[in-house]
Design a protein around this ligand. Structure first.
Ligand code: GLY
Length: 366
């Protein structure tokens, strides 16, 4: 009798299997890219200009692609002034910082992630340990923290004076219906969901101001051999329901990497990215031949298509939130796109690190 192990051995060992149609059509049709030399290129969210530059430097110093991007985002995780990531990230509704991160290493097809982990400043390092030292891809909550401690990570208070001040201010204004819906089928809220613009922020760009600011860092890299890695790390949506995890720790949502094709990641409203398998969609679009910028735009169109809830639409029926994608392909082509005009992304290539304007689907409202 043929066992599963035999099947795997046979499939992997006989090159002709693919030609005979053993693999699904989409993989069968993947372009066979022969890479000679690629200019090492790193893209990141706008708060990752320093991270992208560091990642490229790490590559030059001999780091692997996954080490390079993780060391890059560590800069932002450690930075108390970035209130969307790591130490100093804004907490959940209970005033507890819960962090999410995931990563993928193209050459080994490795993946690791942590969700809603508390007290660990650099969750990307724990995600890396999950990839390297466990048979799993995603650990969450208390178990994730216990694993982190077992790997030598320190548990610390991640609140800063500033993040506590902002949480206390939010708590004083909070509306009991924040983030909760009626249980009817339409999912309409009781009243209108209070949004950043009620408090002076713009909901359509990643913002560090306003009532419920959002931010995250994503970082994707390709090295001179065409090897690729990606990482995303965040404190998630500020003042979220305790236990909420966003897209960042979800492989295929907050980031995705396929060493045959490229890598992509996201920032912004994670719920919209999860629902559309966002970063995986971007990579699949690149696989079909799209430039990274066009692939990001196509994934954003899918978000628009599935955002049918009136509570999530503006007066013109467009999403009333922001999402940004960033992508790099195996040739070193890169791009970034956002739902609304005005977003930027970081790129580091050939010793030059800069912010570029993201492509977009919509002008802002007048
Ligand atoms: N994209 C980050 C989050 O929604 O948590």
């Amino acid at each position: 009798m043929s066992t599963r192990r035999d099947f795997i051995r046979t499939s992997a060992g006989v090159g002709a299997s693919a030609a005979l149609g053993v693999f699904p059509k989409s993989l069968h049709g993947a372009p066979h890219v022969v890479i000679r030399r690629v200019t090492p290129t790193c893209v990141a969210s706008a708060n990752g200009l320093g991270a992208a530059a560091r990642a490229i430097q790490e590559l030059a110093d001999g780091a692997s692609t996954i080490e390079a991007v993780v060391r890059g985002v560590n800069l932002v995780e450690e930075d108390p002034t970035d209130t969307s990531v790591g130490f100093g990230g804004l907490p959940n509704a209970d005033g507890v910082v819960q962090l999410d991160s995931s990563l993928m290493h193209g050459p080994t097809r490795g993946a690791g992630a942590v969700g809603a982990i508390e007290g660990i400043k650099r969750p990307s390092l724990v995600a890396l340990d999950v990839m390297r030292y466990t048979d799993h891809h995603l650990l969450v909550g208390e178990g994730a923290q216990r694993f982190a401690v077992s790997m030598g990570h320190k548990v610390e208070d991640l609140m800063t004076e500033e993040s506590r001040r902002r949480w206390v201010e939010w708590r004083a204004q909070r509306d009991e219906s924040d983030f909760y819906l009626t249980p009817d089928q339409t999912g309409e809220r009781i009243g209108r969901m209070r949004a950043p613009e009620d408090f002076g922020g713009d909901p359509r760009v990643d913002s560090h101001d306003g009532y419920r600011p959002q931010g995250t860092i994503n970082c994707d890299i390709v090295d001179s051999n065409g090897d690729i890695s990606s990482v995303t790390t965040t404190s998630g949506m500020a003042y979220k329901v305790p236990g909420r995890v966003g897209d960042s720790p979800i492989i295929g949502a907050g980031q995705y990497c396929d060493n045959d094709v490229g890598a992509a990641g996201s920032t912004g409203r994670g719920e919209a990215v999860i629902k559309t398998c966002g970063s995986h969609t971007v990579v699949e679009m690149m696989r079909s031949g799209m430039h990274p910028t066009d692939a990001c735009l196509e994934a954003l169109r899918r978000i628009v298509h599935v955002t049918v809830e009136p509570r999530l639409q503006d007066a013109q029926g467009r999403p009333n939130f922001g999402v940004n994608y960033y992508a790099v392909n195996k040739k070193g082509e890169f791009g970034g796109a956002a739902l609304f005009a005005g977003a930027r992304f970081a790129v580091s290539v050939a010793g030059n690190s800069r912010l570029e304007d993201s492509a977009y689907l919509f002008e802002r409202s007048q």
